[in-house]
Design a protein around this ligand. Structure first.
Ligand code: TRP
Length: 406
């Protein structure tokens, strides 16, 4: 008999190996993985009502619906960030993206949308790392192509509405060579982590390129304010990292190292994975355009994709559906509405009506289509406004609108 904890440990290993290989983790493990990460073993904490209430009290603003709905479900040291903010002390935000494909999909925007919201709520600086080097090391791609993708992805990120005066976006290939302080921190981190440790965390083996083995130091380094002297001077300021839960291994490592270097441990806000259209038992694949809603899709493509591919939790016939009702837990249209339909009362009504059978699958899909179409169209319009010059400005190392005594 394998114990539950043994099973969880096996999943942990698979998750870490999968993260390193850039593979999406099979969503049927999703619930288990979520529970796993909030257990004591990983030391992260569930985002509970008490934390949300405190968040609203400290900021004086209602929390984002993704926090209320458990889409961002776990955290590390968020209480500490709130205390910091309450005391009028500065912190900053850090997030990132591995620019693996030009066609980003709606799920890729999740960390950026929440980050933009946090930036508005707290009025703090933000650094965004584009790990073109990571994708070069992990994928079969040409270095030149990846550099172009980083800029294309930057446009989609900027289209989320980030304030140029508060935001620095950088590509590892372009930036790190220009910034000795960043490189020094990278090597400081690299000195503190042994091969044995990264093997344990990420599952690296003897035949992995040595670039992969040292990459975690590159993703760790933006967590430290001294890596960006043009923004923070010499100030030592804590950071908060919104990310999907699969990035946690990198930051567990970072949090181990930080005190040894005299830096703050980064705080974290973890989201669940975004499900594929085909449902919770399939993998979201970058090469299958039907597995997700692309930010390049036309309204018609969105309609067709949802109608044809969104996994349904409804019954086989209308009669049966009216009698037994649909299953919201597995129904992708409902699951997507949890992400994209902001109105709590409406969402609750949909849940009630679909579960009772009053709402049919076709009607539910129509609702989702009508929610997604304007989101994607608006994104496309915003992206059109983002010129190469604007990208260049965001990606130029410079002082932001904040000042820090050293
Ligand atoms: N490794 C991430 C990816 O593959 C990119 C990344 C770099 C990141 N730094 C980050 C993601 C910080 C979240 C937070 O997409």
């Amino acid at each position: 008999m394998i114990t539950l904890i043994q099973q969880l440990l096996m999943i942990e290993k698979q998750v870490n190996v999968a993260v390193v290989q850039g593979v999406m983790i099979s969503p049927c493990y999703r619930t288990l993985i979520q529970q796993l990460f909030v257990t004591e073993r990983f030391g992260s904490s569930q985002i509970d009502d008490e934390l949300l209430a405190r968040f609203e009290k400290v900021t004086g603003k209602p929390v984002h619906h993704w926090l209320r709905r458990g889409i961002f479900f776990s955290h590390r040291d968020l209480h500490q960030i709130l205390t910091h903010y309450e005391q009028g002390k500065p912190f900053f935000l850090y997030t990132g993206r591995g620019p693996s494909s030009d066609a980003m999909h709606v799920g890729h925007l999740i960390p950026f949308v929440i980050t933009k919201w946090l930036q508005d709520v707290f009025d703090v600086p933000l650094v965004i790392q584009l790990t073109d080097d990571e994708k070069y090391l992990w994928r079969d791609v040409k270095l030149e192509d990846i550099t172009r993708l980083a800029r294309e992805n930057a446009k989609d990120i900027i289209a989320c509405g980030f304030d140029m005066e508060k935001t620095f976006i950088f590509s590892d290939f372009d930036f790190i060579g220009q910034c000795p302080e960043f490189y020094r921190n990278m090597v400081r981190v690299a000195k503190c982590v042994t091969f044995n440790q990264v093997k344990g965390i990420f599952g690296f083996g003897d035949s992995d390129p040595i670039g992969k083995i040292s990459f975690p130091a590159i993703q760790a380094t933006p967590s430290f304010s001294s890596s960006f002297p043009f923004i923070f001077g010499k100030a030592n300021i804590p950071c908060l990292i919104p990310c999907a839960i699969d990035q946690d291994p990198y930051f567990r490592m970072t949090r181990d190292v930080a005190p040894k270097l005299g830096y703050h441990k980064p705080a974290l806000l973890h989201s669940v994975f975004f499900p594929a259209l085909q449902g919770a038992r399939t993998k979201m694949s970058g090469s299958d355009p039907n597995s997700s809603i692309s930010l390049r899709d036309t309204p018609k493509q969105i309609k067709n994709k949802v109608n044809k591919h969104a996994f349904s939790g409804g019954q086989a016939t209308v009669e049966e559906h009216r009698e037994k009702g649909g299953n919201c837990d597995v129904d992708i249209s409902y699951q997507y509405l949890r992400f994209f339909l902001e109105d709590d009362a409406k969402l609750e009504q949909v849940h009630k009506d679909y579960s009772s059978g009053a709402l049919l699958t076709g009607e539910l899909k129509k609702m989702l289509i009508e929610v997604l179409q304007p989101i994607v169209t608006t994104h496309q319009q915003n992206r059109l406004q983002v010129t190469d010059e604007i990208v260049q400005q965001f990606m130029t190392p410079r002082k932001l609108k904040f000042s820090y005594g050293s």
